[in-house]
Design a protein around this ligand. Structure first.
Ligand code: ADP
Ligand code: ASP
Ligand code: MG
Length: 450
């Protein structure tokens, strides 16, 4: 039995959901059981919901209510189109959105949105899409059961970027998802959403439905975790930057994790973890071309005939330079530096050091002012925004030193701000000016994948 996760564009409208139904039906016929289905919010809905939260917090109540009306109209239309006999579905959609209206009215009075409230609002997208998909499957003759993600995924209380609790989530999945499968039904769970042990709604961070898919896959012991999306699989580069990006047929877990972490949005960076723990292959597939082979990600990967496997990039990176001629060589300095980032819960992506300075990159700048202030207590600090990270990934980098030399050589004319190769030696990462990214990416792609 497989777990199938469908992203925003794969549930965007009734036509997309009809394609989903056929994909689910095919898997069910092939395997004789399941699949378990995890769905994102319909495309752009999460952005809209976060906008509604912001509008309410600013006291722009009419704006927020107008947007909720538009959401309601589209959801109800999709529900009537896909499951015309299901009055209970329309009632459920209306009840959820009435609840949202109540929340938004309260926020507009308070003029304040906490991360906890934002999660209640953001979760609405997946809660609605999963209800609609479950009803649509059943109406199409694939008996399905809606599962409330707030009961199936248990997380810590770090709102807007919660971390699932492994044991509790496994138990919850055994209680809420497994019985549906055993009863011959297709469980449908909203991705991205969970709840704390005491029942507060949480979300797993943007793009987190992939992570939910992998958690469900690990929890129910799936034979494969399928990520259905709007591209043919993992490509050799972000297709929005490189138009000629090609399909990568086979990746190792390690390569996929590096690519996802360094910007290949097609996979949420945490997705690989549950798969690695249970050694479950992950396959990325295009829901518009269900017969494609996609990309298969396994523990071993496969010997690649290209020198590199793929490139990833992250724009909007900020470099923080921390300089202290007196302190750097003293032990304890790096600890103090990283304690500051830890205190402000800000992840550091790339680190390089020299005799007198440490440079780090961050892409979450929400606490940057406070971080700079805290670092300034014991070092001089400067920041450089509008930088980008470009990362070349491939298992062959480990044993063939000429590949790294050739990769860096491509940047002859591009000023590099940082260069890093970590112990895994599976990637070479450079930091450059954002303005130089498209050209640099193009050059690197041409060199290795043309
Ligand atoms: P979904 O809504 O299905 O989760 P996402 O938008 O999160 O889809 O991820 C798919 C998108 O990821 C693609 O449309 C593509 O623009 C982008 N992407 C970035 N890097 C890559 C890559 N290396 N391979 C494939 N897609 C990539
Ligand atoms: N709907 C969420 C988002 O847009 C989660 C996801 O689609 O994976 O970030
Ligand atoms: Mg995604």
């Amino acid at each position: 039995m497989v777990v199938q996760k469908f992203g925003g564009t794969s549930v965007a409208d009734p036509d997309a959901i009809r394609r989903l139904i056929e994909i689910v039906r095919t898997a069910r016929t092939r395997d004789g059981a399941g699949p378990a289905v995890v769905v994102s919010a319909m495309s752009k809905v999460t952005d809209t919901l976060l906008g509604i939260g912001a509008a309410a917090g600013d006291g722009r109540l009419d704006d927020a209510l107008t947007q909720i009306d538009a959401l309601r109209g589209r959801r109800v239309k999709a529900a009537r189109d896909l499951a015309p006999a299901e009055d209970a579905l329309v009632d459920a959609i209306n009840a959820e959105l009435d609840n949202l209206v109540a929340v938004v009215r309260a926020l507009a009075v308070l003029r304040e949105v906490s991360p906890r409230t934002l999660d209640v609002i953001a979760a609405m997208g997946e809660l609605l899409s999963s209800r609609i998909v479950a009803a649509a499957l059943t109406a199409a003759g694939v008996a399905a059961q809606w599962v409330d993600a707030r009961q199936a995924i248990v997380t810590d209380g770090e709102h807007t970027r919660a971390t699932p609790l492994a044991r509790e989530t496994d138990e919850a999945l055994a209680r809420h998802v497994r019985p549906a499968i055993d009863a011959g039904l297709v469980p449908v769970v909203g991705g991205f959403v969970g709840a704390t042990r005491d029942g507060h709604t949480t979300t797993l961070g943007r793009g987190g439905s992939d992570y939910s898919g992998a958690l469900v896959g690990a929890g129910v012991g799936a034979s494969e975790i399928q990520i259905w999306t709007d591209v043919d699989g993992m490509l050799t580069a972000d297709p929005r930057v490189i138009s000629g990006a090609k399909l990568v047929p086979h990746l190792s877990f390690d390569e996929a994790a590096e690519l996802a972490y360094f910007g290949a949005k097609v996979l949420h960076p945490s997705t690989i973890l549950p798969a690695v723990e249970r050694n479950i292959p992950v396959r990325i597939l295009n829901s518009r071309k269900p017969d494609g082979r996609g990309t298969i990600i396994t523990a071993q990967g496969a010997p690649s005939d290209t020198l590199l496997t793929a490139l990833a990039c992250k724009p909007d990176v900020t470099v923080v330079d921390i300089t202290s001629s007196r302190m750097l060589m003293a032990y304890g300095f790096l600890r103090r530096v990283f304690e500051v980032f830890e205190r402000y819960r800000t992840a550091v992506d790339v680190v390089t050091t020299s005799e007198v300075s440490v440079s780090v990159t961050v892409d979450d700048t929400r606490s940057l002012d406070a971080i700079v202030l805290a670092l300034s207590e014991f070092a001089s600090v400067s920041i450089e925004p509008e930088m980008a990270l470009l990362c070349a990934v491939g298992d062959r980098l480990r044993n063939e030193p000429a590949i790294a030399a050739r990769a860096v050589g491509v940047f002859e004319e591009v000023p590099l701000r940082m260069i890093s190769q970590a112990a895994s030696r599976r990637n070479i990462t450079v930091i450059l000016r954002q303005a130089d990214l498209p050209h640099a990416m193009e050059r690197l792609h041409e060199e290795f994948f043309a």
